[in-house]
Design a protein around this ligand. Structure first.
Ligand code: OAD
Length: 269
């Protein structure tokens, strides 16, 4: 049986599915990855120094530059559309859980015997939600939301907030807004890590999609799932450190491979 057929069968018999996505799944929406080798766009960390843009120290040293860079990326994410890869994952969730996109997130296998589905994403672009995915865990936060550096209250800023740079906090006088993303040297949100660990512990199928699998702790979830007996899948344009340890690996674009996987699993119904 080919890889698509093997993954499709595993999906149909799974009771708990976890998907981990990275910047690669949004590349076909026109958003640049951090470390990929896409010919047309060039990846972010090859053009920009993360230590001068994506650390708390960089923000304190030069809040204007960091704010402008994240506002530029924020606008790019808001303007981007979900692609066929995002839509296939939303369809996968609907098929597995038997729920519509209007349903509420679930962390537990439902009483109807439906499979649980958790989408762990390292992406901050909100494109999974735009595509209709429901149970999404944002491991690295969101670039759409910003928060007050003093009281951490979140807000969804618009162009008017960025008329002044750094953007002033709407709640605490004299304070700044920062993007609600995880920077290098910062811990992931506690609730996101708990949700991820819970889902990984209960899954029997784990798919790693469009991630270079080098940023921890997210990169460690595939090994954790495999150690607990789950079947593992990688879909990526290039080889990564986990390519040799997964049960199935498909070299290709997420927006082309994922619709074939969903079609393979449920196309005849
Ligand atoms: P990376 O940029 O490290 O990796 C993107 C991966 O996607 C690469 O392995 C590419 O080969 C692959 N890729 C590119 N286009 C693809 C496509 N169309 N289909 C499938 N795969 C494709 O991005 P992440 O793994 O998400 O963290 O990076 C992890 C974290 O490191 C990010 O969340 C960010 C970054 O520093 C923070 O900013 C905290």
């Amino acid at each position: 049986m080919d890889e698509i057929g093997g993954i499709a069968n595993a999906l149909r018999s799974a009771r708990g599915v976890v998907v981990l996505t990275g910047a690669g799944i949004s590349a076909e929406s026109g958003l640049r990855t951090f470390r990929g080798n896409e010919k047309d766009m060039g990846s972010l960390w090859k053009s920009f120094d993360p230590m001068r843009l994506a650390t708390p120290e960089a923000f304190l040293a030069d809040p204007e530059t960091v704010t402008k860079w994240y506002d530029w990326r924020r606008r790019g994410c808001l303007a981007a559309e979900a692609n066929a890869g995002h839509r296939a994952l939303a369809e996968m969730e609907r098929r597995l859980t038997g729920t519509g996109s209007e349903s509420r997130p679930t962390r537990h296998r439902s009483e109807t015997g439906a499979t649980s589905f958790t989408l762990l994403t390292q992406n901050v672009d909100r494109l999974h939600q735009k595509a209709g995915s429901v149970n999404v865990v944002e491991l690295h936060g969101s670039i759409v939301e910003w928060r007050c550096v003093r009281c951490r209250r979140k807000t969804v800023p618009g162009a008017e907030e960025f008329a002044r740079v750094p953007a002033p906090s709407p709640c605490c006088a004299g304070e700044m807004l920062r993007p609600d993303v995880v920077w290098f040297g910062e811990a992931l949100p506690v609730e996101a890590v708990e949700a991820a660990q819970f889902a990984v512990a209960g899954c029997d199928l784990f798919l790693s999609i469009g991630t270079s699998a080098v940023a921890y702790p997210a990169a460690g979830y595939v090994q954790a799932a495999a150690a607990m007996g789950a079947k593992t899948v990688e879909i990526n344009a290039e080889e990564t450190p986990i390519s040799g340890m997964v049960d199935w690996t498909i070299r290709g674009k997420a927006g082309e491979v994922l619709p074939r996987v969903v079609e393979g699993a449920w196309g005849g119904e």
